[in-house]
Ligand binder design. Sequence first.
Ligand SMILES: CC(C)(COP(=O)(O)OP(=O)(O)OC[C@H]1O[C@@H](n2cnc3c(N)ncnc32)[C@H](O)[C@@H]1OP(=O)(O)O)[C@@H](O)C(=O)NCCC(=O)NCCS
Length: 193
Amino acid sequence: MAARSLRVPLPATTERLILRLFTSDDLDDVYAYQGLDEVARYLPRSALTPDQCAQSLARRATGTAWTEDGDDLVLAVCRADAPGVVGELVLKLASAHARQAEIGWIFNPVYGGRGYASEAARATASLAFDALGVHRIFARLSALNTASVRVCERLGMRREAHLVENHLDGDRWGDEYVYAVLASEWQEANPTA
Ligand SMILES: CC(C)(COP(=O)(O)OP(=O)(O)OC[C@H]1O[C@@H](n2cnc3c(N)ncnc32)[C@H](O)[C@@H]1OP(=O)(O)O)[C@@H](O)C(=O)NCCC(=O)NCCS
């Protein structure tokens, strides 16, 4: 069965957060974290310039397809009680045929350590399973990215692979973990989601 086209009820809300599509007005908020080297430390690319942020937002604002491998849904995460974007969740359709989606998260460190990333990731995974018919969600992350490992484990994702020295982190070999959860496991792992 092919994955469904985008039918996501947005904005989505959680106890403390609102998840919505990005607009060009979000540029300053996005550059505030995407422009930081510490945020890009475990990403497979450098920190973004203001121009790169603007291009990325323009692409996101043109709409989101969810039909072909590589299509992605990028959600701005805002607090319900304050203006501004604090981070983002990405859900990429890795295989439309097998309904596999890769999840990722990037947050402004100013708002770190409050559980926002885990809360937004849980909501995004629920959207993927309930509204998009995803069968399996996975995340790939540097084994050194302990904060991200904790997000995966809080969501009840299973560490399925430890890829040893599968990439170069600067001039050093780096390890990667693959975490995943199935639709059939999700409710039990997240009874309140
Ligand atoms: C990965 C990343 C999103 C994790 O951020 P984070 O702040 O650690 O994660 P959360 O927002 O879920 O916050 C969890 C922490 O808040 C704490 N917390 C405080 N108040 C809380 C509350 N009311 N509710 C829930 N958790 C709360 C939790 O105990 C937890 O702390 P711990 O990890 O020390 O145990 C962030 O480090 C980041 O953006 N990194 C750069 C980008 C990146 O590497 N992305 C991943 C690529 S694979």
